[in-house]
Design a protein around this ligand. Structure first.
Ligand SMILES: NC(=O)c1ccc[n+]([C@@H]2O[C@H](COP(=O)([O-])OP(=O)(O)OC[C@H]3O[C@@H](n4cnc5c(N)ncnc54)[C@H](O)[C@@H]3O)[C@@H](O)[C@H]2O)c1
Ligand SMILES: [Zn+2]
Length: 364
């Protein structure tokens, strides 16, 4: 941490599984100290990928060694297509080879892909070892690093094999966003917009006024917005850790978003881009069903458009695939989907809908 730099701290309150989220600039340099303060000793596996390793592995490694840890880097291939059981096996192999024990700790240094795989390895290796999230994408900093969902994909679908397993610490260094490709940064903003729509009208207004400053990496504003986003996610997770009911509000825009990702073969759109279109369509559906007014829909579309995220379904999209994508949504029950509706900025409702009804309302 730079001298004089401010650090923000939140806590996810889950009784004996509670943990801090630390947000600030230059925190990677202090990784070792934070881990020591959290009570860790001995071996730490730094799980990352070559892209991120090139930028940040030395900093994290040196900080850990300086604090007396024995750090072992483990590199996974970069990309969602590697978030699978094969990659997980190579990760277990290396943990076993390095004689990682119960007290050893796994540190996930990367975006949601690294975080999800490393988290699932931590949940399962030796029936569970502690892990730390050090998220390096905006999406991971505001969403995937908090809340304990860990998973790998199966060829039949995303995140089909996983566990709920909370990290011990989330360490968010805002400086790392400077190297994140702009398209990835903007995709991460879709989740921030989502938090405004579902829970926080003040955050939504702030974004309407200043979203460009975030794209331009205004450090103070980023810290504030990341803190607000993590706080919202933490409050939702505290109420419903295992998504029995309320946590599903976090799926706003995701029913259509996930179907869009699947229908476009996971190659055309980033997750946040698909979610942006999904949110615009979910808002249109909310208006169609009488839950919100024209102005709310207008404001949501306007904000999404302002970031440059897509509002419209890609042309040439196979609509049958889109409907099938919604049908396989694992949150669907009894043929209907528990669809998250916007009932005004900052308010949500659930509405049970069949995929065909959704498609019809969207004019598909
Ligand atoms: N567990 C959860 O609750 C949760 C929530 C949302 C999404 N996810 C998962 O997250 C994944 C998507 O995560 P993502 O959007 O972070 O993508 P990602 O992890 O693939 O990262 C995107 C790209 O940016 C690179 N990168 C990461 N940090 C960088 C940096 N600071 N500078 C330069 N390049 C950097 C990565 O190497 C990668 O190429 C999906 O698999 C999704 O299922 C999980
Ligand atoms: Zn998402």
């Amino acid at each position: 941490m730079r001298p004089g730099a401010e650090m923000r701290t939140l806590t996810v309150q889950l009784n004996e599984r509670s943990y801090p989220i630390l947000i600030g600039n230059g925190l990677l340099d202090e990784t070792g100290r934070f881990l020591k303060e959290a009570g860790f000793r001995g071996k730490v596996a730094i799980v990352t990928n070559p892209t991120i390793a090139q930028l940040y592995l030395d900093t994290v490694y040196e900080s850990l060694e300086k604090s007396g840890f024995a750090a072992k880097p483990i590199l996974l291939p970069d990309g969602e297509e590697h978030k699978n059981l094969n990659t997980l096996t190579t990760l277990y192999d290396q943990l076993i080879e390095a004689r990682f024990e119960r007290g050893s700790c796994i540190l996930a240094l990367g975006g949601g892909v690294v975080g999800d795989i490393a988290g699932f390895a931590a949940a399962t290796y030796l029936r569970g070892v502690p892990y730390i999230q050090v998220p390096t994408t905006l999406l991971a900093q505001v969403d995937s690093s908090v809340g304990g969902k860990t998973a790998v994909d199966h060829r039949e679908g995303k995140n089909l094999i996983g566990a709920f397993y909370q990290p011990r610490v989330v360490l968010i260094d805002i400086d790392v966003l400077r190297t994140l490709p702009r398209r990835e940064l903007i995709a991460g903003l879709a989740e921030v917009i989502k938090y405004g729509i579902i829970e926080d009208a003040a955050l939504f207004r702030l974004l309407e006024k200043d979203v460009q400053k975030l794209v331009d990496l205004d450090q103070e504003l980023l810290a504030q917005v990341i803190e607000t986003s993590c706080a919202i996610k933490a409050r939702v997770v505290e109420q419903d850790e295992r998504e029995d009911d309320y946590r599903a509000v976090l799926n706003f825009g995701h029913t259509i978003g996930h179907a869009l990702e699947a229908a476009t073969g996971y190659s055309q759109l980033l997750h946040g881009e698909a979610v942006a279109t999904g949110m615009a369509k979910a808002a249109a559906l909310s208006k169609h069903l009488g839950y919100c007014d024209d102005q709310t829909l207008e404001r949501i579309c306007q904000l999404i458009a302002q970031t440059g995220l897509p509002l419209e379904l890609p042309s040439g999209l196979n609509m049958r695939n889109l409907i099938e994508g919604m049908e396989v949504d694992k949150k669907s029950a009894g043929g209907k989907i528990k669809f998250v509706i916007c009932a005004g900025i900052g308010k949500t409702r659930f509405h049970s809908l069949a995929p065909q009804e959704i498609a019809k309302a969207l004019g598909v």
